[in-house]
Design a protein around this ligand. Structure first.
Ligand SMILES: Nc1ncnc2c1ncn2[C@@H]1O[C@H](COP(=O)(O)OP(=O)(O)OP(=O)(O)O)[C@@H](O)[C@H]1O
Length: 739
């Protein structure tokens, strides 16, 4: 056991398990002797030479022994050894019965084990040794099989995932029911058409049945037509249900993603999210299609074929069915590898997507740094990784295919040999064997298909896991506030804020910061780059949650306000405003229903954007292109200001709008804002003119407020503000910093 530390502990544990094993074998022998005595009494009821009766007794004894051993053993061994002991108990109890049954099917004759251990003790010894050897071989070859708990958990997880995937189909039950009805009809029509084909062959074979030919031909055509029609309808209904399913998953996933906190998007790559939204949701649709359509159809057909085969020869059918455990074993080993590779390939693909989208989005930066080749190399490396993983997966797939073919061939050869034996002994006709050859391939194909589908469902479900992970994720910044007062003054107070970004939890960006912004006043945040100014604004926008301290809006905690209400009252224009593809009008009226053109123009005029928009060929209907790529930085910023102003927010935050605006535009915007005297204006600025007119200035450095007051107060103080003034607020200094 891995929980043991010292050799003596290991020794004690091994001795304990050896003792449990030996006493179980002794106990089992005693049980077997007792049961054999009982069955010896029962056997005459079947007739002493009745093999079937002997086999029934053997299996009954085996099941009883197994049940007794399991109940006695499993309570006395620890959890880790329980899986091994369970396998051993199964081998020990059933090996003899399996051997006798197979031997009977193949060669017949009297039972080798006789009536039990009393009659043939060597059979018992041989059985014990063989079971121990089989177990030893298994544990050495497949050490992973000991992780039973893990596997159990995995299986349960897969089952839960499967049920959750299927639950998405709840609303499409009517469509699904239609699809299932046509599925059954298609299978029935196919079976009946086959039966009629048999009748046609019979009619053609003997002249006395020629009169049956036209009716059989008519019925065969009718059923074949019914089959074709049902197949078409079935596929139509299934496609409809699956398309609706995929749409629903995508909508829910997207809905869940957009509500996540900003920190989530910083720590999760865009390519990864795009991959989940497109590829993974598609794969979930594939699971539904496989399970509801293909698997169900194959299982029904499989059942039909098995009924026919058992009717023809149960012995030969049992022989053919031996393929199932072999195939399942191969499949389960293959699945483990395939699943691992599939997951790694998906992750690599997400990484490759990420590289591609990052480079495309930042192509200007890539070009200006002459990094095209390096980026192409980076992309090629990620592709190479995918290629290598795919190659490894394909090698495993080929080996698996080869082993499957060998198994199939082995079973067919065994069937032919045994079939010939049955024909020679007169137990079967040549015609029946021909039928068997035909059905065996069909049965094999159906088993292969259903095992493959099951494997594929499990593989595809591993991707569903990630989708559900995102679907279930609760945003870490809650949006369940309810406060919506009729009037909001816009009084902001930061109390002892301590904050570090989720990506760097050990590096506090704000350290006990407190400030106040009053309604009707312009408050400026200034300070060296990286001091924490934009972070203050992000916290006010509730992009993140501070670790300590609180932000009050009109005396109430910020998180108690209703999400939509808060964002309609607090608007921000960021350093790099983002526009969405669409017209200028759509961008200004973003998120507002039934917004009149007059309001749009008014907001644009305040933002000093009306003039340049009017000069454009299509005016307010001009398409801004992806991310507003067809406009200059200053134009984008003015549209973003108009977008904020149209909402008539009570609190307006301007985060370095000076970065893209010329002095004249900026002054015009600020003049327009001065016309709303009750508004709280929070400005982060680098220009002296902007800061000078502020009612109060906060100098922030390394997450703390160093100085505060009006421009004149701070200048008179001759402190840090005075010293930094030259460096931060002059146009020349701006240039120096940029260069
Ligand atoms: N999303 C983020 N994740 C991790 N760290 C961040 C993030 N945004 C900013 N930081 C870090 O937080 C610190 C403060 O950044 P912030 O943007 O608030 O400074 P700033 O004063 O606004 O600077 P600037 O004037 O250059 O815009 C910096 O050290 C920065 O590296």
């Amino acid at each position: 056991s891995t929980s043991c530390n010292s050799p003596s502990e290991v020794h004690i544990l091994v001795s304990y398990h050896a003792l449990v094993y030996v006493s179980t074998v002794c106990l089992d022998t005693a049980i077997l002797c007792a049961l054999s005595l009982g069955t010896a009494e029962l056997l005459p009821l079947f007739g002493n030479h009745d093999v079937l009766g002997g086999l029934v007794c053997m299996w009954s004894v085996a099941i009883t022994r197994w049940a007794l051993i399991c109940s006695l053993l499993l309570s006395n061994v620890d959890l880790k050894q329980r899986a091994v002991m369970k396998r051993w108990a199964a081998a020990h109890c059933f090996l003899g019965s399996v051997y006798e049954s197979c031997r009977q099917v193949m060669f017949g004759g009297p039972l080798e084990s006789g009536a039990g251990p009393l009659e043939n003790p060597w059979f018992l010894v041989l059985n014990t040794v063989a079971a121990a050897a089989t177990c030893l071989f298994w544990e050495i070859t497949f050490p992973d099989s000991n992780k039973e708990n893990n596997r159990k958990e995995k299986k349960q997880k897969t089952m839960v995932l499967f049920i959750r995937v299927i639950c998405f189909l709840k609303k499409d039950l009517v469509i699904l029911a239609g699809a299932l009805i046509f599925l059954f009809l298609a299978v029935l029509c196919e079976l009946f058409a086959l039966l009629q084909t048999g009748k046609i062959i019979d009619a053609l074979g003997s002249p006395s049945h020629w009169n049956d030919f036209p009716s059989a031909l008519f019925l065969m055509s009718l059923f074949s037509f019914g089959n074709t029609l049902s197949v078409g309808c079935r596929e139509g209904f299934f496609s409809c249900a699956i398309s609706s399913f995929t749409r629903k998953v995508k909508v829910q996933l997207f809905g869940s993603l957009v509500f996540q906190e900003i920190g989530f998007f910083e720590s999760t790559k865009t390519g990864d999210l795009a991959s989940r939204l497109s590829a993974d949701t598609g794969l979930m649709g594939h699971v539904v299609s496989l399970s509801t359509n293909l698997l169900l159809r194959t299982l029904i057909e499989l059942l039909g074929i098995m009924v026919v085969m058992f009717g023809l020869s149960w012995k030969l059918t049992l022989l053919i069915l031996m393929e199932i455990p072999l195939t399942s074993l191969l499949q389960s080993i293959y699945d483990t590898y395939y699943q691992r590779f599939s997951k790694e390939i998906l992750d690599s693909m997400a990484r490759a997507n990420d590289v591609a989208s990052e480079v495309m989005a930042g192509i200007r930066t890539v070009r200006s740094f002459n990094m095209e080749r390096n980026e192409a190399l980076r992309y090629s490396k990620t592709l190479l990784e995918i290629h290598s993983l795919r190659t490894r997966r394909d090698v495993v797939r080929s080996i698996y295919g080869l082993l499957r073919k060998v198994t199939d061939l082995g079973i067919r050869v065994a069937m032919l040999c045994y079939g010939q034996k049955l024909i020679l002994s007169g137990q079967m006709s040549t015609g029946t064997l021909v039928f068997f050859i035909f059905y065996q391939r069909d049965l094999g194909n159906r088993i292969k298909t259903s095992v493959w589908i099951l494997g594929d469902i499990v593989n595809s479900l591993s991707t569903a896991e990630k989708v559900f992970e995102y679907l279930d994720r609760k945003p870490q910044v809650s949006t369940d506030g309810t406060l919506q007062p009729d009037t909001l003054r816009g009084h902001i107070q930061f109390h002892n804020l301590t904050f570090s970004y989720p990506a760097y939890p050990d590096q506090p960006v704000l350290q006990g910061l407190s400030l106040e912004a009053k309604p009707g006043q312009m408050t400026a945040l200034v300070g060296p780059s990286g001091g924490g100014k934009s972070t203050c604004v992000s916290l006010l926008e509730r992009f993140y949650q501070p670790q300590d301290g609180e932000i009050l809006l009109d005396g109430q905690p910020l998180q108690s306000y209703q999400h939509q209400y808060l964002h309609s009252k607090v608007a921000m224009v960021g350093q790099q405003p983002i526009l969405f593809s669409g017209s200028i009008r759509d961008n200004i009226a973003y998120g507002l229903k039934n917004c009149s053109m007059e309001r749009v123009i008014q907001a644009a005029q305040k933002a000093n954007a009306h003039e340049f928009i009017s000069q454009l060929e299509h005016g307010y209907d001009t398409d801004v292109g992806e991310h507003g790529g067809q406009l200059s930085g200053g134009q984008k910023q003015r549209i973003a200001i108009a977008r904020a102003l149209i909402r008539e927010p009570q609190v307006l935050i301007l985060d370095e709008i000076t970065s893209c605006l010329d002095t004249e535009s900026e002054q015009m915007v600020l003049q327009a804002l001065a016309n709303c005297p009750s508004q709280t204006l929070l400005v982060i600025a680098h220009r002296l003119k902007t800061v000078e007119r502020a009612d109060q200035i906060f100098l922030i450095d390394r997450g703390v407020i160093i100085e505060k007051g009006t421009h004149h107060e701070l200048m008179e103080k001759r402190g840090k503000y005075y010293k930094l003034r030259e460096m931060i607020f002059t146009e020349k200094a701006d240039l120096k910093i940029i260069l």
